[in-house]
Design a protein around this ligand. Structure first.
Ligand code: PMP
Length: 283
């Protein structure tokens, strides 16, 4: 039976108990992270945990223990559950208190929970993705990895119903990111992606990609693309913790390039994979 992290304890499934008055349940009042595990090792764990504490600070929430303790607890959880390929999900809510919008008193402490998910040992290589453009109607603090994901859920569902893997979000025709990913276009050998701002989540995979680009001498322009631009890109790809770099074959029913991963995307994928902790048998 899987173990879960519940504040500072490791408990079994049937011992996890969350109050109906948890502010995560009422308001989505909290933050979260997903950290990928490759060969039993968390990838970019410090960066993810760092972002979680930054998100918590941005919503004025103080977690009951610090990033080092979080890292050691998540490491233990992965060991307890013997995760080789998979991920760990961790969230913190502002705690449990009678439902009023303003923060509860100082005596109420955040509730931290974490679980692990195992992936098949032989990774399933996902097909190049199809995207559907969707209006980005989210709030103006997309830099916070908040539990409030209603607009992301609605956008993903709209894409899903159109037979697409992901929504390509845009604000008045300016592409921001995906509902759970960052977006990149390639034109004449240059990678374009939205700059880091309050309009996007500063993805950890995005950060690794920027580092890879620097290392392999790949030009990058942190400039937003317009929705019109994306249809004429030579290549397009998306990034996230769970999928790494995923090539995009189609946007709104229009083929990107030849509809197959292009040379820039492939080179970047190789540079990215070289950074992963331990290659699985088929990688
Ligand atoms: N943007 C959004 C809105 C996301 O939910 C995610 C997934 N966490 C990303 C971008 C990609 O971020 P990361 O590479 O850190 O998973």
């Amino acid at each position: 039976m899987s173990m879960y992290l519940m504040n500072d304890r490791f408990v079994k499934n049937d011992e996890v108990s969350i109050s109906i008055e948890d502010r995560g349940y009422y308001f989505g009042d909290g933050v979260y992270e997903v950290i990928r595990v490759y060969g039993g090792i968390m990838f970019t764990a410090e960066e993810h945990i760092g972002r979680m504490y930054e998100s918590a600070e941005k919503i004025r929430m103080t977690l009951p223990y610090g990033p080092e303790e979080m890292l050691s607890k998540l490491t233990r959880l992965i060991e307890e559950n013997a995760i080789r390929e998979g991920h760990v999900y961790v969230q913190a809510t502002r705690g449990s208190a009678p439902r009023v919008h303003q923060f509860p008193g100082e005596d109420i402490t955040p509730v931290i929970t974490a679980y692990t998910k195992s992936y098949p040992e032989v990774p399933v290589v996902p097909e190049p993705a199809k995207l559907k453009s969707v209006d980005d109607v989210r709030w103006l603090r997309c830099d916070i990895k908040s539990l409030n994901l209603l607009a992301n859920v609605m956008a993903k569902q709209e894409a899903h119903e159109a037979g697409c893997l992901e929504a390509l979000l845009h604000r008045d025709g300016t592409v921001t990111e995906g509902s759970s990913s960052n977006m990149f276009g390639v034109k004449d050998g240059v990678i374009y992606t939205h700059p880091v701002s309050n309009f996007i989540l500063n993805g950890i995979t995005r950060r690794v990609i920027m580092q890879c680009c620097e290392e392999i001498g790949q030009p990058v322009a942190e400039e937003p693309m317009s929705l019109e631009d994306v249809y004429s890109m030579d290549e397009f790809f998306m990034s996230s913790t769970t999928n790494g770099i995923l090539p995009v074959s189609e946007i709104d029913g229009q083929k990107v390039g030849e509809g197959t991963p292009g040379p820039v995307t492939k080179r970047l994928m190789a540079a990215f994979e070289a950074k992963l902790p331990e290659p699985a048998p088929t990688r």
